[in-house]
Design a protein around this ligand. Structure first.
Ligand code: RB5
Length: 176
């Protein structure tokens, strides 16, 4: 996969270890800053990485700040981004399987390098399982686009697309 990574100054120390680890798993990864210890603002990097993922230039993203909270909040303001903050691998895996998350965030003040690698590994190897989870993700998309009619349509739908594993089919319908 092609992965975008970003951090603020607090996440900077952990970032190179994560980059090396992601490469060792066979993925490519590009760093969108920060590049120095100078104090900076996490929304800059949350937005930047989120836009790279939302535009499909990158398959997914990884974000690091002190807690993972601020940088994921910023990323989640970009349309079509579902960023999750994780401090343990179970939520990371389930967030991909059930919520189709496309950005993983964690905090360098919360997790150490080995736990962070385990979280990354679980998240990268998991896949969205669709089915009933697709309807819920589509409800999130409908909220994001402030499309109340679509929200209700999806919520009440008995469409088989929500019960099979063709998770990408409904996305097309939502974006037209
Ligand atoms: C920076 O001090 C800190 O607030 C930031 O790294 C992050 O933890 C915010 O959520």
């Amino acid at each position: 996969m092609k992965i975008a990574i970003g951090s603020d100054h607090v996440g900077l120390e952990l970032k190179p270890q994560i980059i090396e680890y992601v490469k060792s798993l066979g993925h490519s990864i590009d760093d969108f800053g920060a590049y120095t210890n100078e104090r900076t603002d996490y929304p800059i990097y949350g937005k930047l990485v989120a836009e790279k993922v939302a535009s499909h230039e990158y398959d997914c993203g990884i974000l690091i700040c002190g807690t993972g909270v601020g940088i994921s909040l910023a990323a989640n303001k970009v349309s079509n981004i579902r960023a999750v903050v994780c401090s343990e691998p179970y939520s990371a895996k389930l967030s991909k399987q059930h919520n189709d998350t496309n950005i993983l965030a964690f905090g360098s003040r919360v997790v150490g390098p080995e736990l962070a690698k385990m979280i990354v590994s679980e998240w990268l190897s998991a896949e969205f399982i669709g089915g009933r989870h697709l309807r819920r993700v589509d409800e999130i998309r409908a909220i994001e686009t402030r499309h109340d009619n679509l929200f209700n349509k999806v919520k009440n739908s008995e469409d088989s697309r929500y019960s099979d594993r063709g998770e990408n089919k409904m996305k097309k319908m939502l974006y037209v």
